[in-house]
Design a protein around this ligand. Structure first.
Ligand code: ADP
Ligand code: MG
Ligand code: ZN
Length: 486
C-alpha cells in the first residue's frame, strides 16, 4: 500500500552509479567483462601494484559528457581527478580515483512526468573507478560469513555517479526519476541500466519535514536497492520508520542504512561518513582534463532523440495515448522499430497494439528483444497489410503466424501458403457452411429469429470452429443476418 503523507513532506535525493559500457577499464587496458572467471581481467594497474601509472580511457570521458549533455548539464572545460581514501578488501590501492570538487558535469536537470511534469535538478555527474567484488561464504554479508573471497575483475570498471538535488517529493516521483534516468542511459547506449545485475546502482537519500516547513530534515542514505520494487519498498519502510521517530518526538540519526530484501526493511549499517573522513586530494598520477568546445559539439551530434521528446511527439504525430506511448518508448530499439513500421505505411495504432501486445509477450517469454528476434519492420508491416486486406484475420495472425515470424523470420505470406491459412472470403463457399450450421441448431436459430442477438456469437463460434478460424468474420456476420431472416 502506498504510504500517504500528510503530516510530513517526503524529501528524496538519489545518487546513481552507472557502469559505463566501454570495452576496457578506466585506467588500464583490461577488458570489462562480467561473465569472466574470477581474477582473470586484472593487471598491475587495476591491482594497485607499486610503481604503476593510470592512463585515462578517453571513451569514459566521452560517455560522461554525452550523459551530461542529455541531462542538460554544463560541461566543465577544466576538471580533475581526486583520491578518495578508504580501506576495504575490495579496494587494492586503498584509495578510489574519483572526482571531488571539480566534476565533469554540473547543474543539470531531468524531466519526469509520471505524477506531474517536473524538472528534477542534477547537482553533478562525476567519473570514478569501481571497486572489486567480495564473495562471502555462508552469508550474504561480511558479517557472519566463514570467510570471504575477493574478485578484482570489476576493479577499475568505469562509473559515472549522477547526483540529484533533493527535489523528489514522493516515492512515485523517485521511482519515475530512476526509471526515466535508466531509459536515458540506455538510449545513449552508455550503460546497461540493469539494477538486478548492478550495472546501475541507486543510493537513496530520504528525510521528512513537517508539511509547510522550508528547511530540510535529517536524512538517511539507503544502500543495496537492487530493483525498482526494492526502491519503492525501501522508501516506504523508511518513511514509516522516520515518521514513528518524529511522532515520538525523537530525532532521526544521519546514517547509512542497508535495505534488507527478505524483511523489506532498512537496517542500520554505519554512521554517515563526512567528506573529510576520505582525505580527498588531487590525484597526482593523472593530469587535469581540458575539454574542448569542439569535442563537446561532436559528442552532441551523437545524441539520439530522447524518450522525453518522443513522449511529446508520438501522441501528436501518431494519435497514441500517453500510456501506449510510454510502453513503446521505454526501449529505444522498440521505439525505432515502431517508427520504421509506421514509415513503411502501417496504421500507427494497429502497429502499436501488435508491438505492445503479442510481440512484447513473445519477447518476454523468450527473454529476447526486438533487435535480436528475427522479424524485420517490413515483415510486421506486411503482416498488418495482409490483415487489413482481409487475407487473414487477427486471431490467426496471433496464433499461427507471429511466433514463426519472430522466431524464424519467415515472411507472413510464406507461412500463410505453407499452412493454408488464408481466410475464406468466397461468399458461396461460406453460405453453404453458415446454412449447415444454422440448420443443425434449430433451437438457437429460433432465438436469433426472435431477435435474441446474444446467440449470434454462438453461431460465429461454430462457424469458426468448422473453418479452423479461417472464415472472414464480416462476411459470416452478413450471411447469418441474411439467412436467419424470418
Ligand atoms: P554525500 O556526498 O555526503 O552523500 P550530498 O550533499 O552530495 O552528500 O548529497 C547526496 C544526496 O543526498 C543528494 O542526492 C541529495 O539530493 C540528497 N540529500 C541531501 N540532503 C537531503 C535531505 N535533507 N533529504 C533527502 N535527501 C537529501
Ligand atoms: Mg552519498
Ligand atoms: Zn587492469
Amino acid at each position: 500500500m502506498p504510504v500517504t503523507q500528510t503530516k510530513y513532506e517526503v524529501v528524496i535525493g538519489l545518487e546513481v552509479h552507472a557502469q559505463l559500457k566501454t570495452k576496457t577499464k578506466i585506467f588500464c587496458t583490461c577488458p570489462v567483462d562480467f561473465g569472466a572467471e574470477p581474477n582473470i581481467n586484472v593487471c598491475p594497474v587495476c591491482l594497485g601494484m607499486p610503481g604503476v601509472l593510470p592512463v585515462l580511457n578517453k571513451q569514459v570521458v566521452a560517455y560522461a559528457i554525452k550523459t551530461g549533455l542529455a541531462l542538460n548539464c554544463k560541461i566543465a572545460k577544466h576538471c580533475k581527478f581526486d583520491r578518495k581514501q578508504y580501506f576495504y578488501p575490495d579496494l587494492p590501492k586503498n584509495y578510489q580515483i574519483s572526482q571531488y570538487d571539480q566534476p565533469i558535469c554540473l547543474d543539470g536537470y531531468l524531466e519526469v512526468n509520471g505524477v506531474k511534469e517536473k524538472k528534477i535538478g542534477i547537482i553533478r555527474i562525476h567519473m570514478e573507478e569501481d571497486a572489486g567484488k567480495l564473495v562471502h561464504a555462508g552469508s550474504d554479508r561480511l558479517h557472519g560469513s566463514e570467510y570471504s573471497l575477493v574478485d578484482f575483475n570489476r576493479t577499475g570498471t568505469p562509473l559515472i555517479e549522477i547526483v540529484s538535488k533533493p527535489d523528489l517529493r514522493s516515492v512515485e516521483e523517485a521511482k519515475d526519476y530512476a526509471q526515466t534516468l535508466r531509459s536515458i542511459l540506455r538510449y545513449l547506449d552508455v550503460c546497461d541500466g540493469n539494477l538486478e545485475e548492478g550495472s546501475m546502482r541507486c543510493d537513496v537519500n530520504i528525510s521528512l519535514r513537517p508539511t509547510g516547513s522550508n528547511t530540510f530534515g535529517t536524512r538517511t542514505e539507503i544502500k543495496n536497492v537492487n530493483s525498482f520494487k526494492s526502491l519503492v519498498k525501501a522508501l516506504e519502510s523508511e518513511i514509516e520508520r522516520q515518521t514513528e521517530i518524529l511522532d515520538g518526538g525523537r530525532k532521526v540519526i544521519q546514517e547509512t542504512r542497508l535495505f534488507d530484501e527478505s524483511s523489506g526493511k532498512t537496517i542500520s549499517m554505519r554512521s554517515k561518513e563526512e567528506a573529510h573522513d576520505y582525505r580527498y586530494f588531487p590525484e597526482p598520477d593523472l593530469v587535469p582534463l581540458e575539454i574542448s568546445e569542439k569535442w563537446i559539439n561532436e559528442i552532441k551530434e551523437t545524441i539520439p532523440e530522447l524518450p522525453h521528446a518522443k513522449k511529446t511527439r508520438y501522441p501528436k504525430e501518431f494519435g497514441l495515448s500517453i500510456e501506449d506511448t510510454k510502453v513503446l518508448i521505454e526501449d529505444r530499439n522498440m521505439a525505432e522499430f515502431y517508427e520504421a513500421v509506421v514509415r513503411l505505411g502501417a496504421n500507427p495504432k494497429k502497429a502499436t497494439n501488435w508491438l505492445i501486445g503479442p510481440v512484447t509477450a513473445y519477447l518476454k517469454e523468450h527473454k529476447t528483444d526486438i533487435i535480436n528476434c528475427c522479424m524485420t519492420p517490413k515483415q510486421l508491416s506486411d503482416l498488418l497489410g495482409l490483415i487489413e486486406k482481409g487475407i487473414i484475420n487477427d486471431s490467426i495472425a496471433k496464433t499461427e503466424i507471429i511466433e514463426e515470424l519472430l522466431g524464424k523470420g519467415t515472411d507472413a505470406e510464406e507461412i500463410i501458403k505453407q499452412k493454408g491459412l488464408a481466410q475464406i472470403t468466397n461468399v458461396n463457399e461460406l453460405k453453404e457452411i453458415v446454412k449447415e450450421i444454422l440448420e443443425q441448431n434449430p433451437e438457437q436459430l429460433n432465438q436469433l429469429k426472435d431477435g435474441k442477438e446474444k446467440v449470434r456469437g454462438y453461431f460465429v463460434g461454430q462457424i469458426m470452429k468448422k473453418t479452423n478460424g479461417k472464415a472472414n468474420p464480416t462476411i459470416v456476420n452478413q450471411l447469418i443476418t441474411e439467412l436467419s431472416r424470418k
